[in-house]
Structure formats: C-alpha cells, structure tokens
Design a protein around this ligand. Structure first.
Ligand SMILES: N[C@@H](CCC(=O)N[C@@H](CS)C(=O)NCC(=O)O)C(=O)O
Length: 217
C-alpha cells in the first residue's frame, strides 16, 4: 500500500497548502489508494523519519520498498502511471513535464519568498523594505503564466500534472489578492480546483487538522 506523510496538525495559515496535498491530489486523479503517515514536530528530527525525508519535511512517499521525497518528483512518479496526468505521446509528455518544472522552479520560488515574508517576517524592517520588490517578482511570473494561458483552459490542450502543480503553487498566494487581480489566472486556478480529485484530496488533507486541533486557550 502506498503511504504518504502528512502533518497531524498545522496552524491555519498552512492548512490547505502543505505540499503533501499535491501528492494526495495526484493519487486521487489516477485512482490509487494510499494511507497516511501522520507526523508531528517530534518526528521530524528522528533518524527513522529522516531516512524517508532527509530534511525532515513533508511529504515522504513509500511504495513497495521505494522511498521518495520532493513533491514534484513524487507527482511525476505517480503521473507516469496514468494518462490522466501525463499524455502518452512523447511531445505531450515533454510539454507536461516542462510545466511541472516551470511551476516548481520558475513560479514557486518568488511566491514562496513572498509567503515567507508575509507569514514569518511581516513585522521585520528588512521584510517591509524588501516586500515591494518581492511582490513585483511574483507579478512578473504570474503575468507570464497568465499571458501564456490566454484563452486556454489549461497550460496545454488538456489538464496534466503541470496544471496540478501550478494550481498548488498559485494557492500559496491565497493570503493576497495577486492571483485575483488576474481574472483569467484566477479562473484557471478555480477550474483546476473544481476537479473532484482535488476536492477529495483537500478533504483528506484537512481531516487530520480537525481531529488534532489543539484545545482552544
Ligand atoms: N521541495 C519540497 C518542500 C517540502 C516542504 O517545504 N515541506 C514543508 C511543508 S509544505 C515542511 O515540511 N516544512 C516543515 C519544515 O521544513 O520543517 C517538496 O516540494 O516536497
């Protein structure tokens, strides 16, 4: 049975964007059952968990003796099993993987940078000074994606693992209106999120947080 690590609980700012959501979504798209390995901060530093994920992060993925980490690599591994996420023809497949890398390598870094400023350093002087440039860097990448999309429904002629990863990257900006400022891009995000597999993945992602919420103080 496939096993995916996830956090038992995270604060509300992280609920809905922890990167194991990508893996759950991919598994739901291709119809592969899986179980969860729910972990907490006390597990992240253990030798046992570091053998699965060298940085102590989420997600780790186990399948028949295979251990993987890095959400993009895991999604690609799953996508290779089904045409639902990766076209069978060589060109279509290469285009889809191009968008997977674009999402994680060109679009996610400035978005993650802005999220870290806003969530972890909001009151720091350096963050206030740097934020406008960080916003511009995000807008530059979002404009590139929006211009490419134009009137298209998806990044290519059909939904692929590239859209799956791009959507989860755009979601990291949900504490801002940067995606909403580009209506076609926002509509694209919502179109992808409307997929039943996303909805199922999100429900499974959120369930442990509800079960393990700390008592109100
Ligand atoms: N590049 C990694 C990033 C994984 C990552 O940043 N995971 C976060 C949750 S979204 C995490 O585990 N953070 C806790 C930590 O770094 O200690 C991937 O895509 O899998």
């Amino acid at each position: 049975m496939i096993r995916v690590s996830a956090f038992r609980w995270v604060p509300p700012f992280a609920q809905g964007v922890v990167r194991e959501l990508r893996v759950r979504w991919a598994l739901e798209e291709v119809g592969l059952p899986y179980e969860e390995l729910l972990i907490g901060p006390e597990d992240q530093r253990t030798e046992v968990y570091r053998a699965l994920q060298p940085f102590g992060q989420v997600p780790a993925y186990e399948e028949d003796g295979l251990v993987m980490f890095e959400s993009g690599a895991i999604v690609l591994h799953i996508a290779e099993r089904s045409e639902v996420l990766l076209p069978r023809d060589a060109k279509g497949r290469a285009r889809a993987t191009t968008w997977m890398f674009a999402a994680l390598n060109s679009v996610e870094p400035p978005i993650q940078n802005l999220a870290e400023i806003d969530i972890f350093a909001r009151d720091e002087a350096w963050a206030k000074e740097h934020r406008p440039a960080a916003v511009e860097a995000v807008k530059k990448r979002l404009s590139g994606v929006a211009a490419w999309l134009g009137d298209r429904e998806y990044l290519e002629d059909r939904f692929t693992a590239g859209d799956l990863l791009m959507t989860t990257v755009l979601r990291i900006l949900r504490h801002t209106d940067l995606v909403a400022q580009m209506p076609a891009l926002d509509a694209y995000r919502m179109r992808c999120e409307a997929r039943p597999a996303f909805q199922r993945a999100m429900a499974s992602h959120m369930a442990p947080f509800a079960r393990n919420a700390p008592p109100a103080t």
